[in-house]
Every structure is written in structure tokens, then in C-alpha cells.
Ligand binder design. Structure first.
Ligand SMILES: O=C(O)CCC(=O)C(=O)O
Ligand SMILES: [Fe+2]
Length: 348
């Protein structure tokens, strides 16, 4: 069993009835593990390939050029370059007594585990948290493509998926998408350098530790290497998300913000990145490098992302506080760096 790859074309070209059937199918998939995959969704294979080519060029820049655009490791939206080991996903979620992954509280963050990846995070031009870009001379056309072409396409797809979830959950149109008008989504390109299997077996390093993402949903494009796994919420254990080979394939993962808004009706996808299935039983050797691209679709910063009234009942009382999207986001980013948010969290 794995995460299915669903043809999304009917959502753009189909009849009302076809759109509804598709929306219901996707929402049912999300209810299983917080995850699904889509193909034929409107972003072309060529466009994705070009983004990987740009990403490859970026990570090959000399270290000296990457460090001058380094992300500041604090409780704010991430922008710019993060070196290998900068981000600690092991600090953001923890299993509770029932064995379920929950968001960590501040005093839980005690694990010293390393994420073997480097990444670059950016958002649209004009955002109040601006992106430090590499110079045009060192990587011609990079910013134009990433900011002007690929990001808007991903933002559109994310809104289509959230529209489908609105239909599937039978909530009014715009319930989620109307609080995404300031377009504060973030795009991340990531590079996992080659990694010795021995190092992985020692247990302190993973390509990415089990965690949930922070926004409404994440779109995740992965290259052919493999290694991403989603927690199997029905049977326990992990479901490998083995690349299908379709050039448009994109994973879609429910994040914390949608969990909060739906009062836990939708569950987040717990995911991590380990050795690809073909290398799992090896005791030595080197895992090849891996590239992925993630769009973190976010709610407007001042939007209240506390549970909506229709999801609060006597059987399901309010489980999450009435935070703004930025308060929730900064709390989560702060955990990656052991940094407390500066905004007032008194309402939490
Ligand atoms: O690269 C991957 O496959 C997953 C990355 C991830 O989970 C993240 O950046 O939040
Ligand atoms: Fe993630």
C-alpha cells in the first residue's frame, strides 16, 4: 500500500459533477493519512524539470555565496539559505502516550538529532519578510524563474486543492481560500547531499526527522531517488512514497494550520525522509544525493486559525487555541531553532 497518485485534470476541465467526485476522493484520501499525490494538475513536467535545474545550480554555488544569504535562525518565517544541520525537524513533534505525533510544547525540545539537508526558502516579491536572493551574476535567471514563474503556478495549484477540500468537507466555498489573499506561501528548494548508510545507521542523523508541516497544505515534488515516508495512520508504521516516474507527480500533505482550523477533523501527514526502499537493507555504501521542492501554502498572517465553530461539538470540544496564522507559524519555526517567538502569545 502506498499513497495513490490521482489525476487532477478534471478539477480544471471537468463538469461540476466530475469536480465534486474528484474533490470527495481527494478529501477521503486526506482523511486516511493526511496525504495524497496528484498528477496532471496543470504544472507541467518541463516547468518542474526547469526548477530542478535551477535548484542544482543554486546548491552548486560556492559556500561563500550561500552564507551571505543565510536564513536568520529565529522564530520568524524562514528566508534564504539554510546549511546542512541548521534546521532540527526532530524538535517540532513528539509522540504522546498513545503513540500519536503531537506538536511539541516548548519544554519538550530536548533531542539533538541532525537533518542532513540544505535548503533555500523564499516568497513573493514585496512580502514584509523579504528574501535575500543570490546575485543575478552568479546564477542568471534564477530569481526570475523561481519568483515570477514557478511560485505563482504552485500558489494556484495549492488554492485549487484547498477549494477541493472545501467541497469534500462540505464547508462554504472560500472557507480556507478566502484567508489566503495576501499570498504569503513559501517555496523551498532542498538538497540532500550523498550520505553514508553507516552514518544513518548510527541513529543521530536522518535526511529529515518525523514531523508535520506548519501551513494549510504542502505540495512536495521529489526527484527519482526516494526515501520519503508518511506515517500509516491505520496500521502504524510508515508508507514509502515511492516516486511513480510521472514527471508531474506532486505529494500533498495536510499541515498544522488546517488541523487547527478543522479542530483535528483533518489530521496532518507525519512524514520523514529515510533510506530509499532499495537501500534499506544495506549496511554500508552511500545514498545518492536527492533534490525536492516544497510549496508551503499559508493562511494570511492575521487570520484566526483557531477551530471553526462547525467543528466544535459536545463530542469534539475545542482542541486548539485561537492563534493567528503567524503566531502558530512562528511558534513552530521557533522550535526548529530553540527560539521563542517575539509576538504576544498570551491568547494561546
Ligand atoms: O524532502 C522531502 O521529501 C521532505 C521535506 C520536508 O518534509 C519538509 O521540508 O518539510
Ligand atoms: Fe515536511
Amino acid at each position: 500500500m502506498s499513497i495513490p497518485a490521482i489525476d487532477f485534470s478534471a478539477f480544471r476541465n471537468g463538469t461540476e459533477q466530475e469536480r465534486r467526485v474528484l474533490a470527495n476522493r481527494i478529501t477521503e484520501e486526506f482523511k486516511k493519512h493526511g496525504a495524497t499525490r496528484l498528477i496532471a494538475h496543470g504544472i507541467t513536467g518541463e516547468s518542474i524539470k526547469k526548477t530542478y535545474e535551477q535548484s542544482d545550480k543554486f546548491f552548486k554555488l560556492p559556500e561563500a555565496e550561500k552564507v551571505i544569504i543565510a536564513n536568520i535562525r529565529d522564530a520568524n518565517p524562514q528566508r534564504g539559505y539554510s546549511y546542512v544541520g541548521s534546521e532540527a525537524t526532530s524538535k517540532v513533534n513528539k509522540r504522546d502516550q498513545k503513540g500519536e505525533f503531537q506538536i511539541c510544547e516548548d519544554d519538550d525540545v530536548d533531542q539533538e538529532l541532525i537533518d542532513a539537508k540544505e535548503h533555500f526558502d523564499y516568497t513573493r516579491e514585496g512580502d514584509e519578510y523579504s528574501t535575500p536572493w543570490p546575485s543575478e551574476a552568479s546564477i542568471p535567471g534564477f530569481r526570475d524563474w523561481m519568483e515570477g514563474a514557478f511560485l505563482p503556478d504552485c500558489m494556484k495549484l495549492a488554492r485549487d486543492v484547498l477549494t477541493a477540500i472545501e467541497i469534500g468537507l462540505n464547508v462554504p466555498a472560500g472557507t480556507f481560500t478566502s484567508c489566503m489573499e495576501s499570498h504569503v506561501d513559501e517555496l523551498r528548494i532542498q538538497h540532500y547531499p550523498p550520505l553514508a548508510v553507516e552514518e544513518l545507521k548510527a541513529g543521530k542523523i536522518k535526511r529529515c526527522h518525523p514531523h508535520t508541516d506548519f501551513g494549510f497544505i504542502t505540495l512536495l515534488f521529489q526527484d527519482a531517488t526516494g526515501g520519503l515516508e508518511v506515517e500509516d495512520r491505520a496500521n502504524g508504521g510508515w508508507l514509502p512514497v515511492i516516486p511513480t516516474g510521472d514527471p508531474t507527480e506532486v505529494g500533498v500533505y495536510i499541515g498544522d494550520t488546517l488541523v487547527h482550523k478543522t479542530n483535528g477533523h483533518l489530521k496532518a501527514a507525519v512524514h520523514h525522509v529515510v533510506a530509499p526502499v532499495s537501500l534499506k537493507d544495506r549496511e554500508d555504501g552511500v545514498m545518492p544525493e536527492r533534490f525536492t521542492i516544497a510549496l508551503f501554502a499559508k493562511a494570511d498572517r492575521h487570520a484566526d486559525v483557531g477551530p471553526m465553530p462547525q467543528f466544535i461539538t459536545s463530542e469534539t470540544p475545542q482542541r486548539f487555541p485561537n492563534l493567528t496564522a503567524l503566531e502558530l507559524h512562528n511558534k513552530r519555526v521557533g522550535q526548529l531553532y530553540d527560539a521563542r517567538p517575539k509576538v504576544n502569545m498570551a491568547s494561546a
